[in-house]
Design a protein around this ligand. Structure first.
Ligand SMILES: NC(=O)C1=CN([C@@H]2O[C@H](COP(=O)(O)OP(=O)(O)OC[C@H]3O[C@@H](n4cnc5c(N)ncnc54)[C@H](OP(=O)(O)O)[C@@H]3O)[C@@H](O)[C@H]2O)[C@@H](O)CC1
Ligand SMILES: Nc1ncnc2c1ncn2[C@@H]1O[C@H](COP(=O)(O)OP(=O)(O)O)[C@@H](O)[C@H]1O
Ligand SMILES: [K+]
Length: 505
């Protein structure tokens, strides 16, 4: 699914109005109709509905919702916030309709003190500002936003299109924003919904299709995408009936150290469950029995080091490995860093770099430019910060992420609720699967194994990273469904990988 900017959404509205054709007020009627239908399913017709309307088109949506719910018998108050002397043309049109049909429902708010007393059980609809917000909300309007937020413990808050105060494409950090329980957003996700700094604002996001013109949606290039099953299906390729294990690559996993062999085992198991042809694991001597006993399907190569690996660069057949996954539980010894440096002198295929291998890169940043082009880095936010520094907000961090991916010719996967995948071509994909049950030690090690397996099977790095992140999150969702988010562990993500694959097919 494409993620459009606020400017592109305005273009999409205008394109639809021109090409469908449909009147501007008609498109608003359609959008608001979708919201009213959603509200009717959620709330009984006896529910008092308080709709807070701004003077732009978001407020216009609110006025149409008011009329449609009044027609269904809901007790509705349409509170119009007089933040501006002028109203948009569509707002004015729908206000006149409402005035003609239901004049008693209208209520004007011109100051914070005008905030109405809400009856028990009332639902609050936030139709104050939409994607037309052009600066942070200040003054008494900010006060109204705070007053609505103060009510959220007692009254459900439903935002129309975007919580008011939230900028779609830039940071709203430390500015007043509605904290909704639900956001009914038109046609597509807004970039702001996907960033951790905005976690408290949208509540559950419901995307309501409003029939924006398909030509605009398919033909307009966008930088940001949200992965979905349709996209994943175009990436996945089924196995060849005449395949043998050589077809799907021999991968090497360099992982584990004393006390952290579990990370290596989790990665190895995930790699095997994600379809690798052959897997060798390079582990320190202390890890030999552990790996051989835990995962009989993997081969094992031992390092000269007893507790840490520091000789993986000398692997005689290093160049024959289809890909290498390196990092989980590896440790950050100087000797390990030296071995990584020497490995990079001769290994040239895209690799997967995670955990301690990333930490080594942040200590020896000159190694970053020596990584094989197209390699995949999988930092969590702290690892990202160690590698590339801090950013003032999540939007700036996204810019930094993308700049580094382009500059270094790498795929950088920044982990989180919506894992962000930056590609060397400047595009950025957000992963849509996964849940907080995956916030448990070892989940990232599983991802490394999956990505390594996909690279070994000849997926391009871009395909591997998008498909791998999706499968990882989806397997986590299936695990949570069966076991609960609390009880699931990283091992359960691996167990559910099979079902996740079956879902793609
Ligand atoms: N046919 C269509 O186009 C469709 C559009 N749709 C809907 O339209 C929404 C976009 O509407 P929009 O473009 O009118 O902008 P909107 O979010 O209402 O804000 C503009 C108003 O806010 C004001 N304002 C802004 N910032 C402010 C601030 N910081 N502090 C105070 N005031 C501020 C600004 O005032 P001004 O700056 O002009 O004085 C103006 O009055 C979109 O989200 C969706 O809900 C759907 O119905 C689908 C069809
Ligand atoms: N709240 C969440 N929603 C979705 N995915 C999550 C959530 N929390 C964690 N994850 C996923 O779990 C993985 C955790 O990785 P990481 O922090 O590296 O774990 P570890 O180092 O313990 O292996 C990432 O892929 C991340 O996207
Ligand atoms: K809104």
């Amino acid at each position: 699914m494409k993620i459009f900017t606020a400017a592109q959404i305005r273009e999409a509205d205008a394109f639809t109005i021109r090409e469908e054709p449909v009147s501007s007020t008609g498109l608003m009627e359609r959008a608001a109709g979708k919201c009213a239908a959603w509200l009717e399913v959620q709330f009984a017709p006896t529910t008092p509905v308080y709709i807070f309307c701004g003077k732009g088109n978001n407020g216009g949506d609110g006025l149409v919702i008011a009329r449609l719910l009044l027609q269904k018998g809901y007790p509705v108050r349409a509170c119009i916030l007089q933040h501006s002397a002028k109203a948009s043309a569509d707002h004015t049109f729908h206000l006149q309709l409402l005035q003609q049909q239901y004049p008693a429902c209208l209520y004007e708010i011109g100051a914070q003190g005008d905030f109405p007393v809400l009856p028990a059980g009332a639902v609050i609809i936030d139709a104050i500002f939409g994607t037309g917000l052009n600066k942070p909300v200040e003054g008494w309007m900010a006060g109204i936003i705070h007053q609505i937020n103060d009510q959220r413990a007692i009254h459900p808050v439903v935002a129309i299109d975007i919580p008011s105060g939230l900028l779609a494409d830039s940071s709203s950090l430390h500015t007043p924003v509605i904290q909704a329980h639900h956001t009914l957003s038109f046609e597509c996700y807004k970039l702001a919904f996907l960033l951790p700094e905005n976690a408290g604002f949208t509540g559950h996001v419901h995307i309501l299709p409003i029939g924006l013109h398909p030509d605009y949606i398919t033909q307009t290039p966008t930088r940001y995408h949200l992965t979905d099953r349709e996209m994943i299906r175009t990436i996945y390729h089924p196995r060849d009936p005449f395949a043998h294990k050589g077809t799907y690559g021999h991968a090497l996993l360099i992982a584990g150290s004393y006390g952290k062999m579990g990370a290596a085992v989790l990665s190895a198991k995930a790699c095997l469950r994600a379809g690798v042809g052959l897997l060798s694991c390079h582990v320190p001597q202390c890890g030999y029995d552990i790996m051989q006993i835990s995962e009989p399907c993997a081969m094992c190569v031992t390092d000269e080091g007893s507790t840490h690996s520091a000789h993986f660069h000398t692997l005689p057949d290093g160049a024959t490995y289809k890909t290498i996954g390196i990092g989980p539980g590896l440790g950050t010894q100087t000797a390990t860093a030296r071995s990584l440096e020497r490995l990079l002198e001769h290994y040239q295929r895209p690799m997967v770099i995670d955990a301690d291998a990333l930490n080594l890169l942040s200590v020896y940043p000159y190694l970053l430019s020596r990584l094989p082009q197209g390699s995949i880095l999988t930092p969590h936010p702290k690892e990202f910060e160690r590698l590339f520094g801090t950013a003032a907000n999540d939007f700036d961090r996204l810019t930094l992420l993308s700049q580094q991916a382009v500059h270094l010719h790498l795929y950088i996967l920044l982990k989180g609720r919506y894992t962000a995948i930056a590609c060397p071509d400047g595009s950025l994909y957000f992963n849509s699967t996964g849940n907080p049950g995956m916030a448990t030690g070892g989940s990232g090690d599983v991802l490394t194994g999956i990505l390594t397996a996909l690279l070994a099977q000849d997926y391009t790095p871009k395909a591997a990273v998008i498909l791998g992140a999706w499968l990882h999150g989806y397997a986590g969702d299936l695990a949570a469904e069966q076991l609960s988010q609390e009880a699931m562990t990283a091992t359960d993500i691996i167990t559910h990988l099979g079902a996740a694959f079956r879902h793609v097919i």
